[in-house]
Design a protein around this ligand. Structure first.
Ligand SMILES: Cc1cc2nc3c(=O)[nH]c(=O)nc-3n(C[C@H](O)[C@H](O)[C@H](O)COP(=O)(O)O)c2cc1C
Length: 335
C-alpha cells in the first residue's frame, strides 16, 4: 500500500516538471476561430453558464482528476474542493484506491457540500474488485458520478503495472448498469478513440472524457519512475503514443453523436476550453494546470478559475458568441 502512496507522491512531483508535458506546439493552437471584427455583443452579457449531469454549473470547466486524497493529496483536494464550491464548477477526484484500501476517511465532500464531485477508480481495480468497490468509492465522498479511468499505456510503462485487461469492458458495462450514479469513462492522456467510444456507448455509457495527447505525458512520467533498464528500452518508442485531443473530439462526436463528451488532455487556458466546446465537448477539464495553484491555496485555485472563465468570455466575444450554443457554431478558419 505504501507503494501506491509513494507512487502518487512521485506523480505529483513529476507532473509539475515541464519535461513531462507534451512539448510540440500545442495542437490546440492549430484550431483557429474566424475572428469576428464586429462581435455585436457586450462582454458582460456573455453567458457561460452550462449544465453537467443535469445540474447547472457556472462555466463548462472542470477540475480534472489528480488525487484521491492521501497525504499531500488531502490538502490539494481541500484547496480544489473549496474553490470548486466557491466558483460553482465540478471537481473530479483522482484515484480513491489507496484511501479505500486503507479505510482512510475521505473528507473532501465537507469542503464542497454542493459542488458536483466525481469519484475515481481504475478500470483494472474494477475488473479485480467488482461493483462493491465502485459503490464504496461513490459512497465515501457522496459522489455525483463515478469516473473509471482506462490507462493501458500508463500501466505498461509503469513498473509492475496491470497488464491483464481481459474483461475490463464487461466490468465497466456491469458497473454502469448497476451503480447508483452515472459512470464516466476517461483516459489519462492517450485518448479514447472513435472505435473505443462506440464500444463504450453500445454498453450504455453516456459520458466519456477523451483525455487525449497534448498535455501531461504519463508514459514519460512512468518511464522516469521505472528502474528496469530493459523495460525503459521497450517503452522508448511509445513515449509519444496516443491521439490528440483536438482530433478526437470531432471524430468521436461524428460516430457517437449522442455521447456526452468531456474535452481534456492538454487544455491549458480558456481559449482551449472554447476550442473544446466548438469541437463537440459539453465540458472541458484541466488537471495539471490546477496542480501548482492547489499546492498553494484555495485563493490561488479561485484565481486560476477566474482567469480561465475570463479567457473563455474573450474567445466568445471575439467570435461574436453570446452563449455556448452560438460558440458551438462559431466559424473556424479553414486554411
Ligand atoms: C498529478 C496528477 C495525478 C493524476 N492522477 C489521476 C488519477 O488518479 N486518476 C485519473 O483518472 N487521472 C489522473 N490524472 C490524469 C488527469 O486527470 C488527466 O487525464 C491527464 O493528466 C491529462 O490532462 P492534463 O493535460 O490537463 O493534465 C492525473 C493527473 C495529474 C497531473
Amino acid at each position: 500500500m505504501t507503494d501506491i502512496i509513494n507512487r502518487k507522491a512521485d506523480h505529483i512531483e513529476l507532473a509539475l516538471k515541464s519535461e513531462h508535458q507534451s512539448h510540440a506546439l500545442s495542437t490546440f493552437d492549430n484550431i483557429r476561430f474566424e475572428h469576428n471584427a464586429l462581435p455585436e455583443v457586450a462582454v458582460t452579457d456573455i453567458d457561460i453558464n452550462s449544465y453537467f449531469l443535469d445540474q447547472s454549473i457556472s462555466a463548462p470547466i472542470m477540475i480534472g482528476a489528480m488525487t484521491g486524497g492521501c497525504d499531500r493529496g488531502d490538502i490539494i483536494n481541500r484547496h480544489l474542493a473549496e474553490a470548486a464550491e466557491a466558483c460553482g464548477i465540478p471537481m473530479a477526484l483522482g484515484s480513491q484506491r489507496a484511501a479505500l484500501e486503507q479505510n482512510q476517511p475521505q473528507t473532501v465532500r465537507q469542503y464542497a457540500p454542493s459542488a458536483l464531485l466525481l469519484g475515481n477508480i481504475g478500470a483494472t481495480q474494477l475488473q479485480q474488485l467488482g461493483l462493491a468497490f465502485a459503490q464504496k468509492a461513490v459512497d465515501a465522498v457522496a459522489a455525483n458520478a463515478l469516473v473509471i479511468h482506462i490507462n493501458p499505456l500508463q500501466e505498461l510503462v509503469q513498473q509492475g503495472g496491470d497488464r491483464d485487461w481481459k474483461q475490463v469492458l464487461e466490468s465497466i458495462y456491469h458497473c454502469s448498469d448497476k451503480l447508483s450514479v452515472p459512470v464516466i469513462v476517461k483516459e489519462v492522456g492517450a485518448g479514447i478513440g472513435p472505435s473505443c467510444a462506440e464500444r463504450l456507448a453500445s454498453g450504455g455509457i453516456k459520458w466519456i472524457e477523451v483525455a487525449g495527447r497534448g498535455g501531461t505525458n504519463w508514459a514519460s512520467i512512468e518511464m522516469a519512475r521505472n528502474q528496469i533498464t530493459q523495460e525503459k528500452k521497450i517503452a522508448e518508442p511509445f513515449i509519444d503514443w496516443g491521439m490528440d485531443t483536438v482530433e478526437l473530439l470531432p471524430a468521436v462526436k461524428q460516430v457517437c453523436p449522442s455521447l456526452n463528451l468531456i474535452g481534456s488532455g492538454g487544455v491549458r487556458n480558456g481559449l482551449d476550453v472554447a476550442r473544446c466546446i466548438r469541437l463537440g465537448a459539453n465540458v472541458s477539464a484541466l488537471a495539471q494546470p490546477f496542480l501548482a495553484p492547489a499546492l498553494e491555496s484555495t485563493e490561488a485555485v479561485i484565481e486560476k478559475i477566474t482567469v480561465l472563465k475570463k479567457q473563455l468570455r474573450w474567445a466568445m466575444f471575439l467570435t461574436g458568441s453570446s452563449n455556448l450554443d452560438s460558440l458551438r457554431k462559431a466559424p473556424l478558419q479553414t486554411n
